[in-house]
Write a protein that binds this ligand. Structure first.
Ligand code: AHG
Ligand code: MN
Ligand code: MN
Ligand code: MN
Length: 320
C-alpha cells in the first residue's frame, strides 16, 4: 500500500500509525478477494453461533473478524482491539501506542444477496491509566479518534479514510493488491434532498420523528422533493451520502424496549461521524453531537443522524 500511503504522508506522518493503517488496508484487500468469489468460495451462509449482540453470525462475519483480529494482535503498534464480534477488549502488544475498534463486516444481511458490505474501523490512543485488556481502554470521546475509515466491498472496493483534517478516497487495484488514491479531498455535497432511512420503522419512531420524516415525503414541487435510498448496510448508505449528499437517518425506535437504538457507537457511529464531519457534514445522536459522546460500554448503541448539515440539524431538532 506504499503508493497510497505516500500520498497520505501529510496526514499520517507518525510511523507507527502509518504502519498500522497499512496493515489494516492489506488485510481488507484480502477480505475483498475472499468476498469476490461469492458462492464459489467459502464466504456465504451463516454459522450457528450468536455474537454478543444476539445476532447469528454469518460465515463472513467470522472470517473477516478472524483476519482482522490476527493481523492487529500481531501488530507492534496495537495495545488492544475491540470488535462487534468479540464480547470484550482483547489485549495485543503491551506498551503499544494505539487501540483499534472495528465492525469487521458491516451489512451482514447483504452478503448472500451480493449487495454492499464493508469493514469500518477506528484508531484511538491507548490509555495508560487502565489495564490493556479492559473495555475502559475504549471509554473515550468521539473527538479523540486519531484515524477512522471504512472499506466498501461493492462492485469495486473503495477505501474512505481520515485523520480528521481531510477525507481521502482510494480504490483497490486488484492486480497490484494496493489502494490507489481516487478522490481527495472528499467533500460532502451540500443542499441535496436525499435521505437514507429504514422507513419500515416509521410507526416505531417517536411521534415528532414520524412527523418530520413524513414531512419529507409529502407531495411537493419537483425542486423540493426528496429522494430515498436504503441499502441496509450503513457502510453503503453513508458512502452514498458522502458521495452524493443528503442524510443518513437511524433514530431510536420502540420495536424492542430493551434496545431502543440499533447502531453501535464505538465502531459504527464514531468512525462514520468523524468521516462525515471531516468532509464538511455533521453527525448527531438524539441528544448531542456524536463526536462529543463518551463511550461507557463497549457495545453501546446510539441513534445516528449523519450527513448534510441543514438536514441533520433539522432531524436533530425533530428528535430532541
Ligand atoms: P452489521 O451487519 O454490522 O450488524 O450492521 C448492520 C446495521 C447497519 O449496517 C445497517 O444500517 C443497519 O444494521 C440496518 O438494520 P435494519 O435493516 O434492521 O434497519
Ligand atoms: Mn452484526
Ligand atoms: Mn455494522
Ligand atoms: Mn458487522
Amino acid at each position: 500500500m506504499s503508493k497510497f500511503l505516500s500520498t497520505l504522508q501529510q496526514d499520517i506522518s507518525e510511523p507507527h500509525l502509518a504502519s498500522l493503517v497499512c496493515a489494516i488496508l492489506d488485510i481488507t484487500a484480502v477480505i475483498a478477494e475472499r468476498v469476490s468469489h461469492g458462492a464459489l468460495g467459502d464466504t456465504l451462509g451463516a454459522t450457528t453461533q450468536e455474537n454478543v449482540q444476539g445476532e447469528v453470525q454469518k460465515n463472513l462475519d467470522v472470517i473477516a473478524n478472524d483476519l482482522l483480529v490476527s493481523t492487529l494482535l500481531s501488530h507492534s503498534a496495537v495495545r488492544a482491539i475491540a470488535s462487534e464480534e468479540e464480547q470484550h477488549t482483547v489485549a495485543g502488544t503491551a506498551g503499544a501506542p494505539y487501540i483499534v475498534a472495528f465492525d469487521p463486516l458491516d451489512g451482514s444481511n447483504n452478503i448472500d444477496i451480493n449487495a454492499q458490505i464493508g469493514t469500518i474501523f477506528t484508531i484511538l490512543k491507548a490509555r495508560d491509566d487502565v489495564p490493556d485488556a479492559s473495555d475502559e481502554q475504549f471509554f473515550q470521546t468521539g473527538s479523540q479518534q486519531v484515524c477512522a475509515g471504512y472499506v466498501l466491498y461493492g462492485p469495486y472496493t473503495t477505501l474512505v479514510i481520515t485523520t480528521g483534517k481531510r477525507v481521502h478516497e482510494a480504490t483497490l487495484d486488484r492486480s497490484a493488491e494496493e489502494f490507489i488514491l481516487s478522490k481527495s479531498p472528499v467533500v460532502l455535497p451540500a443542499g441535496v434532498r436525499d435521505f437514507s432511512a429504514n422507513m419500515a420503522n416509521l410507526f416505531y419512531w417517536a411521534p415528532k420523528m414520524q412527523q418530520y420524516m413524513t414531512s419529507l415525503i409529502q407531495p411537493a414541487p419537483a425542486s423540493e422533493r426528496f429522494n430515498m435510498r436504503w441499502q441496509g448496510a450503513m457502510v453503503g448508505d453513508v458512502h452514498r451520502i458522502l458521495t452524493r449528499g443528503g442524510a443518513f437517518i437511524y433514530p431510536s425506535d420502540s420495536k424492542d424496549p430493551a434496545q431502543p437504538a440499533k447502531l453501535r457507537l464505538l465502531y459504527e457511529a464514531f468512525p462514520m461521524a468523524m468521516l462525515v464531519e471531516a468532509a464538511g457534514g455533521c453527525g448527531y445522536s438524539e441528544t448531542q453531537p456524536l463526536l462529543e459522546m463518551t463511550l461507557t460500554s463497549l457495545h453501546q448503541r446510539t441513534p445516528v443522524f449523519l450527513g448534510d448539515k441543514k438536514l441533520v440539524e433539522d432531524c436533530f431538532k425533530a428528535a430532541s
